[in-house]
Write a protein that binds this ligand. Structure first.
Ligand code: ATP
Length: 359
């Protein structure tokens, strides 16, 4: 039994009839960071709150460490949750905020050694780089520091599973990147099981072992960031994980995929016949017109620092082509040839639309 958390056919219908989760089957492996990713309203927070015990499912079961916790209250679950809003106590200092959960635990069970508690609080604050600010009032902290205290408050309880609900959304872009790297570092160093909610696909890809893409209360796809990006199961996932063009194409008996004048090397599919082909903008190779490949004309070019974005008008439509180096001599209106002979191309597994995952 290697799952930290398992959801079996979990359904959630709110009192007003909103069907927020529809028969969700999911497994969260131990010591892994899994992100729940999806557009606003797809059910990410509801799923997290169900795992935390802050909501009860309308159907299905929730197992934690192999035991059924479906009907257990939040205080009975070996879980800590960090909220978007930090939810720190303004009248307590940093140390007291982090120690609060431990004191509640001690009260609920038996008196614990205060020195041992102090040591744990100090250790948790040190983990998030806040030990030197232990006596500060939380009101005097920056957003990033408050989020670190919230993280320490969750870590100090040494939960089996740590739930993070959009922990970075109140922070500016630079700090977001910094703290997400810290969270990932801590998770790997301590071997934590983390379920992390975000609607930012870059954030999800950067920190996760596993990504779960949700849409309208259903799981569309589960996989490593690379799998979900490179082998999306549906057009929705393809588009949600980054820019993508989707084409009608055809596979021949030898497994080669034909897209307009292009013939792609075998290996993309074992299916024969019509299919949908997903192409990332960085997959295109662009070269001065040579008569080979897909003929086109550069109609727009934008230098974006990290990469240059070309819009190329072709018989397949106007295509976006991203290159990490600006191609010398490729001016507007230049005739070009496009090729697809590297990574960034995939055949949709489920065809048009979503293929919800089974158990
Ligand atoms: N207490 C509630 N009562 C009724 N409907 C609710 C309640 N909480 C959430 N919902 C609805 O359930 C659906 C899922 O909401 P949820 O907050 O889980 O989405 P989300 O994916 O976390 O969205 P966001 O990214 O905007 O936070 C939405 O339609 C939401 O309006």
């Amino acid at each position: 039994m290697n799952d930290a958390v398992q959801l079996v056919a979990v359904d959630k219908r709110f009192a007003d009839g909103t069907h927020a989760l529809k028969g969700v089957h999911l497994r969260f492996a131990r010591r892994q960071l899994t992100t729940l990713l999806g557009p606003s309203g797809c059910g990410k927070t509801t799923l997290l709150r169900l795992v935390a015990g802050l909501e009860r499912p309308s159907g299905g079961r929730i197992l934690i460490g192999g035991r059924d916790f479906t009907q257990a209250g939040p205080e009975q679950r070996p879980i800590s949750m960090v909220f978007q809003s930090y939810a720190l106590f303004p009248h307590l200092d940093v140390r007291q905020n982090v120690g609060y959960g431990l004191r509640m635990q001690a009260g609920a069970h038996r008196r614990q050694d205060n020195d041992a508690n102090d040591a744990r609080v100090h250790e948790a604050l040190a983990l998030v780089g806040m030990a030197s600010l232990a006596s500060r009032s939380t009101a005097s902290l920056s957003g990033g520091q408050q989020q670190r205290v919230a993280l320490a408050r969750a870590l100090v309880l040494q939960p089996e599973v740590l739930l993070l609900d959009e922990p970075l959304s109140n922070l500016d872009a630079g700090l977001r990147r910094h703290i997400r790297e810290d969270i990932r570092g801590l998770q790997q160093r301590l071997g934590l099981t983390v379920i992390y909610v975000t609607h930012d696909q870059d954030e999800a890809m950067a920190v996760s072992d596993q990504v779960v893409v949700l849409c309208e209360g259903q799981v569309l796809q589960v996989g490593s960031p690379r799998e979900v990006y490179e082998q999306p199961g549906s057009e929705f996932v393809a588009g949600f994980m980054g820019d993508a063009a989707v084409f009608d194409a055809e596979a021949d008996a030898q497994g080669r995929v034909h897209l307009g004048p292009l013939c792609l090397a075998p290996g993309l599919t074992r299916r024969q016949g019509p299919l949908r082909l997903v192409v990332r903008p960085e997959a295109w190779r662009i070269a001065p017109a040579s008569g080979a490949g897909l003929a086109g004309k550069v109609v727009a070019r934008a230098f974006e620092g990290r990469l240059t974005q070309y819009r190329v008008l072709t018989a397949l439509g106007e295509l976006q082509v991203n290159k990490f180096h600006e191609l010398q001599g490729l001016q507007l209106q230049a005739p070009v040839s496009l090729f697809l002979d590297g990574p960034g191309v995939s055949v949709l597994l489920g065809g048009e639309g979503a293929a919800p995952q089974g158990p």
